[in-house]
Design a protein. Structure first.
Length: 307
């Protein structure tokens, strides 16, 4: 069967892959104050413990673990940007980050505003978030929630929100999870097929996110999710996942999905795509970038697609 091409014959898919007068006493006082503040800041910065592990061999040694600084924790000052609405727009999110950093450079090197969604309490959760933020990418907390089959068949991992938790326990756990991933602008659920169907539990989570000034992306791991309805009801900025790009971790399948989006661009305006840190997924997204741009499809930051 002849393979379909992602864009025109002129650009084959194969080529796309890849103060005046202060007294002396005044100056002395000011310098003393600066010294005190700097010393306090240094102590706060380093009290988290050892941070000598490298993110990647060629880069600087980021902090792999430790206590977050106040400015890194999501709060009311972090708001969704105003959106420019024009033509087809796609946003890419890479889930399940934080286990390691083996593919992080490849993901961040793609010349698009890709969003990095990071699981809490993993060895590299903080390091990945800091590096992604440093390089201008949006960061999400990939919030673990109870799935179908828990605990016998499926486990969502550390920091999970469970149906047996009461409201105060949910808020406490959410606080810990948010503090484990710096610089977040939003949250999306990891698993949660069971939790997201419980409207009261979902409301507790989303009300807390609203208080913090961050948005919610519903990963839609269940068709009966209450996420969008609750977010709409309480006035929380939100969006939903439209496509999972790599259910089978297959390069050709991922390309076929992206190809179909280009072919059917007259049928949609915005699409949010979630992928995972697989080499095949990164290659497929990288290959599609010039194709999308060549067909007037903008690749936008996720926050631009939040309602």
């Amino acid at each position: 069967m002849k393979k379909r091409k992602l864009y025109s014959k002129k650009s084959a898919l194969g080529r796309a892959v890849r103060s005046k007068g202060r007294s002396l006493a005044g100056w002395i006082c000011m310098l003393a104050l600066i010294g005190a503040v700097t010393s306090a800041g240094y102590w706060l910065y380093h009290r988290g413990g050892s941070e000598t592990e490298k993110m990647h061999e060629k880069g600087p040694a980021p902090r792999v673990a430790g206590t977050l600084e106040d400015h890194e924790i999501a709060g009311p000052k972090e708001r969704v940007r105003k959106k420019a609405r024009a033509g087809n727009r796609v946003a890419f999110v890479i889930d399940d980050m934080g286990y390691d950093v083996s593919i992080l450079d490849e993901i961040l090197a793609i010349d698009i505003p890709i969003t990095i969604s990071i699981l809490p309490h993993l060895p590299y959760s903080i390091a990945v978030a800091r590096e992604a933020h440093r390089r201008g990418k949006e960061v999400l907390l990939h919030l673990p929630m109870e799935p179908y089959g828990y605990p016998a068949e499926r486990r969502p991992g550390s920091g999970a929100l469970l149906l047996r938790m009461d409201a105060s326990e949910i808020v406490d756990q959410l606080e810990k999870d948010i503090r484990s991933v710096p610089h977040i602008s939003g949250v999306n659920n990891h698993m949660g097929s069971s939790f997201m169907e419980d409207e009261e539990k979902v409301k507790v989570v989303l009300q807390d996110l609203k208080r913090r000034g961050v948005f919610f992306l519903d990963s839609l791991t269940t068709k009966d999710s209450k996420g969008l309805a609750v977010a709409e009801k309480i006035g929380l900025p939100h969006a939903k996942r439209d496509i999972f790009l790599d259910n089978d971790c297959d390069f050709e399948e991922a390309l076929d999905i992206l190809h179909n989006l280009v072919e059917k661009r007259d049928m949609w305006k915005t699409i949010i795509i979630i992928g995972h840190p697989y080499e095949s997924t990164v290659r497929a997204i990288g290959a599609a970038v010039p194709v999308f741009r060549g067909n007037d499809i903008s690749i936008a930051p996720l926050s631009d697609l939040i309602e």
